[in-house]
Write a protein that binds this ligand. Structure first.
Ligand code: GLN
Length: 483
């Protein structure tokens, strides 16, 4: 009831939820209450959660904030949903996001932008903007987001909450709509590090339905935050504190580090020399994977289908116009027109094209084009192949560094949340925002963003701790020391 009230009060302005299910949640709460009364409560009894609209919940709409999936309903539960439900979590609604999780501001959504609860003129970050804003405004106790290139950690930083990206393979992707399959991770956002640990504890672990999920046993995440070790080794990479970083954020983070050092941590200067290639490598590989994953939305099997009669009319008119022009034309021109006529789309191809043209938004189309380009025969080696090699170099940088330190620290983002609309026309500016979060996805390692301070502009900013693969306990430990 409390969360329902908060949603009814704030959501019309914040726009974090794209759908709610109060009836279902309240009915579920009654069931959970009975279990509590019988002493049979699960680990998450009473935990009210919102779910990013990219994760399947059976019987609920699954839109990915895209017009192309406007009316699509999930036919099965994601593994994470099954596991959370088993422990008595209660799902109250579906959260706004950038379309197909592509973006850093939550402005590329078919449902309109999410506003930052800390200042409603600002973006909440993205792509899990709804997931961060819901927690920050008390509209959920905790939420699930997805992180392909920073989409949990960066909005957590902008909204002043905690966001955890687990190691690739730690949490099953079964039931997560694919964006870039070798990067995608599901993870929690919450008001405290301990809460993220409690959610991770439930969702982590092998799942035979995801062939990239790890067989490795999960660790004691909750224990790690309840009894944090202060004598940790923190790697400080020079590359993450240079040009482009807001001076105040830099100072704020240095202060946090001084305090950790005074309490027993050891600060170790390190180098991650290939960091500068992170953004270009990511935007080649992620768009390549996206262009392939998004091929399934053809308007035939899934989602939005263009009006068939309209499509046939269009096609007929085009054919007619070409034929008429052909009759009039002479010589070379005639040959050209004949060629065009012979290449005119078949009705089925035209239906694909029209459905996709209508169904996908600008940023998604940009990614499909970029991805298709880097995968095309003539450019594959120059871009995709090269980027794969650089990805390995970035992974190796981290492997080397983690021989010397427990965690690596960085700002989560170079600035605090910026004005809504201010970067919409400049995709490159938008991409540059991911500079500190993206390399963790390229390396497949884990990372967490925890609030580190408030800027003089009144907005929060986060500090990020990255850990080697499957070292979630270490990043949780470090983040707990900052709270
Ligand atoms: N900003 C990144 C992108 O647009 C992050 C995406 C993500 O993590 N889902 O690709």
């Amino acid at each position: 009831e409390q969360y329902r009230k908060e949603i009814e009060t704030h959501n019309s302005e914040i726009n974090a939820y794209v759908a709610t299910d109060f009836e279902g949640a309240l009915a579920r709460a009654d069931e959970v209450q009975k279990k509590v009364d019988n002493g049979a409560a699960g680990k998450l009894a009473g935990v009210v959660m919102g779910i990013k609209d990219v994760i399947s919940e059976r019987g609920k709409k699954l839109t990915c904030a895209s017009k192309i999936l406007e009316n699509f309903e999930s036919v099965y539960d994601a593994t994470v949903i099954e596991r959370l439900r088993e422990e008595d979590a209660i799902f109250i609604g579906r959260l706004n996001m950038d379309e197909f999780a592509m973006g850093s501001t939550n402005e590329y959504s078919n449902f309109g932008p999410v506003k930052n609860p800390q200042n409603t003129d600002k973006v909440p970050g993205g792509s899990s903007g709804g997931s961060a804003a819901a927690v920050a405004s008390g509209m959920a106790m905790t939420t699930l987001g997805s992180d392909t290139g920073g989409s949990i950690r960066q909005p957590a930083s902008y909204c002043g909450v905690v966001g955890l990206k687990p190691t690739y393979g730690r949490v099953s992707r079964y039931g997560l709509v694919a964006f870039a399959s070798s990067f995608d991770c599901i993870g929690p956002l919450a008001n405290s590090v301990e809460d993220t640990a409690r959610i991770l504890d439930v969702i982590a672990g092998f799942d035979e339905r995801d062939n990239t999920s790890s067989h490795r046993e999960k660790d004691d995440y909750v224990g790690a935050v309840q009894n944090p070790d202060k004598n940790i080794k923190i790697g400080v990479p020079e590359e993450f504190f240079g040009e482009g970083l807001d001076e105040e954020i830099k100072k704020g983070i240095e202060e946090v580090l001084d305090k950790l050092e005074a309490d027993g941590a050891e600060l170790v200067p390190i180098h991650l020399p290939h960091t500068k290639y992170g953004i270009s490598t990511y935007y080649i590989l992620a768009t390549a994977e996206a262009s392939s994953n998004l091929a399934r939305y053809d308007g035939i099997r899934y989602g939005h289908r263009a009006d068939k009669d309209e499509m046939r009319d269009e096609l007929k008119k085009e054919e007619q116009a070409l034929k008429e022009a052909f009759e009039q034309a002479k010589g070379e021109e005639k040959i050209e027109l004949q060629e065009k006529l012979s290449k005119l789309d078949s009705p089925l191809i035209r239906l694909y094209k029209k459905s996709r043209t209508e169904g996908f938004g600008t940023e998604v189309k940009r990614r499909i084009m970029l991805g298709t380009y880097v995968l095309s025969a003539g450019y594959y080696d120059a871009y995709y192949g090269k980027a794969q090699k650089v990805r390995r170099l970035i992974q190796n940088d981290y492997k080397e560094a983690f021989k010397k330190v427990d965690v690596i620290v960085s700002p989560t983002a170079p600035t605090t949340a910026f004005d809504l609309g201010s970067k919409m026309d400049d995709p490159v500016q938008m991409y540059l925002n991911d500079v500190y979060t993206i390399t963790a996805n390229l390396a497949g390692i884990c990372g967490i963003s925890v609030p580190a301070g408030t800027h003089s502009n009144g907005l929060p900013y986060g500090i990020q701790f990255m850990g080697d693969s499957f070292q979630e306990t270490k990043v949780l430990n470090a983040a707990r020391l900052v709270e």
